[in-house]
Design a protein around this ligand. Structure first.
Ligand code: FES
Length: 192
């Protein structure tokens, strides 16, 4: 890839990944079907960056001659693709019918208020990300939320600050998150 003025402005890590992406695109251009080509390129982008940054979308658009809007549409259509970097603790709040009826929306409001981010966003320190998911399979214990591998059930907004505080403690240097915990009616320390 010829280095353009634009790529020079990017940090070294991003430049390196874009060069790798460029090689991948060059090797994939034998694919005649543009949809398949784009799908493969998006997969590779997520493998390289961990998500699909806007810079990469612009780069792909330029390289494949596909409008950025089309690439964005494809990346948002498939749940697999992420448009934001992954947080250390990914929160998945269930928005299935049972959880919604049981007050899931109030729990979501509390999460947003506490973390000062919206859905599909990550806190500035990279610690938390809020995501919405479909039924987690424990509707009888709704509202339900998953944080990485830990499941929290029968949630009420008042429990949210303590749950977040626990992960903030775990996220501090020299403290490691342990194994999965399943909590009923509240939460338990992982591994206890
Ligand atoms: S609807 Fe939330 S767990 Fe099923």
């Amino acid at each position: 890839m010829t280095k353009t003025a634009k790529t020079k402005e990017l940090d070294k890590d991003t430049q390196k990944k874009l060069l790798q992406l460029n090689d991948f695109i060059a090797g994939s251009k034998v694919l005649k079907d543009k949809q398949s080509l784009l799908m493969g390129v998006l997969h590779q982008t997520q493998t390289l960056f961990g998500y699909i940054p806007a810079t990469a979308m612009d780069f792909i658009s330029h390289k494949l001659g596909v409008p950025s809007a089309h690439i964005y549409g494809m990346a948002t259509f498939y749940n697999y693709f992420q448009l934001t970097p992954k947080a250390r603790y990914q929160i998945y709040l269930c928005k299935g019918t049972a959880c919604y009826v049981a007050g899931g929306a109030r729990v979501l409001d509390k999460l947003k208020e506490e973390l000062r981010i919206g859905v599909d966003e990550v806190t500035a320190d990279g610690l938390f990300g809020i995501n919405i998911t479909r039924c987690l399979g424990c509707c009888g214990l709704s509202p339900v939320m998953q944080v990485n591998d830990d499941i929290y059930v029968r949630l009420v907004p008042e429990k949210v600050p303590a749950i977040l505080a626990k992960y903030r403690r775990l996220g501090q240097p020299k403290k490691k998150a342990k194994a999965t915990a399943v909590a009923v009616g509240g939460f338990e320390q992982p591994g206890k």
